[in-house]
Design a protein around this ligand. Sequence first.
Ligand code: NAP
Length: 349
Amino acid sequence: MSKKRKVAVLGATGTVGQRFIQLLDNHPWFEVTALTGSQRTIGGKFKDGCRWVIPGDMPAWAGEMIVQETSTNLDADIVFSALHSGIAKEVEPELAKAGFNVFSNASSYRMTEDVPLLIPEVNADHAHLVTHQRAVRGWDGCIVTNCNCTSTGFTVVLKPLLDAFGIKNIIMTSMQAISGAGYPGLAALDYVDNIVPLISGEEPKMNREPQKMLGKLVDNKIEHVDFNVSAHCNRVPVTDGHTVCASIQFEKSATPEEVKEVLRNYRGHDVVRNLPISPETVIEVREEADRPQPRRDRDAGDGMTTVVGRIREDEVFDIKMVIMSHNTFKGAAGGSMQNAELLVEMGLA
Ligand code: NAP
């Protein structure tokens, strides 16, 4: 069956929406047929309503498109949702019911039992849950979600560690980029020369989203894994790229060299490797004493590779390390697009 699909981007003018448009420019399978926005931009040309804030130019085809209302009248098979959770909660089920395959960045349905929360390299098999979702809800379409942008790189790294050594407890501190708050996001007076030690609602997500993604799909249910995460989430004056410092207690003992080897050798599920957006290297392990750094490492694998460094013994737990992942590529639009490519490849969308 052909892999060509018509796609719409919901909330196309925002930070994540712009990243979608950039990634969809010349995509081998997906053709953009609709862009949506709020009342502020509906009816006008995209280039007139969108303040393009990401590096590179707005693709000319996107600039000329007319921004539409988010409704079931869209001419598309696949819908990428870059909507805020309140709006997503209302419209995503309506779209799925109307036959659209919805790939959402919003938090509204991430923890819903019959909704896959996917990172293809971690849990591609959870994609099968959409068959159950469609049957139970009587939908022709579906909802598939990706996790919050700090859980992403963190969970990619935890997957091979969990398989090799088992995990008991983690203490992690995030340093999250300002683009994670959307556009215009925070006022400059809040973040320049400053650190904001609160990202509302973020810390509990770190203690439930990885456990769902790392869980097992058994009889149409995901059995969450059981380990504890104590999270401190901070906003720092970095434009893109979320950094996590993590101390991990394993079930089995592990040396820093064993951890490095397990991470370096991690390839993820076979089906994921040949997807158009999948990176060559899932996890890059850096040996320099002062890496990863967001400005230097966030573009690894075109923003789809997770970069890890400073892997060393922890004085309280077993091992500590620094994890870096691009929040609007792998952590948002890129991750969502990889999910859509995965479902198309598996014949599920
Ligand atoms: P953002 O920059 O604030 O953009 C929000 C978008 O939603 C804008 O395009 C806005 O359109 C549109 N919008 C507002 N009301 C709407 C409505 N009623 N109907 C249709 N569109 C509407 O936000 P963002 O950072 O891109 O985040 C989008 C979603 O992705 C959120 O759920 C967020 O939690 C999630 N997420 C973000 C990141 C990140 O790193 N930024 C990472 C992971 C997940 P107008 O411009 O036309 O008003």
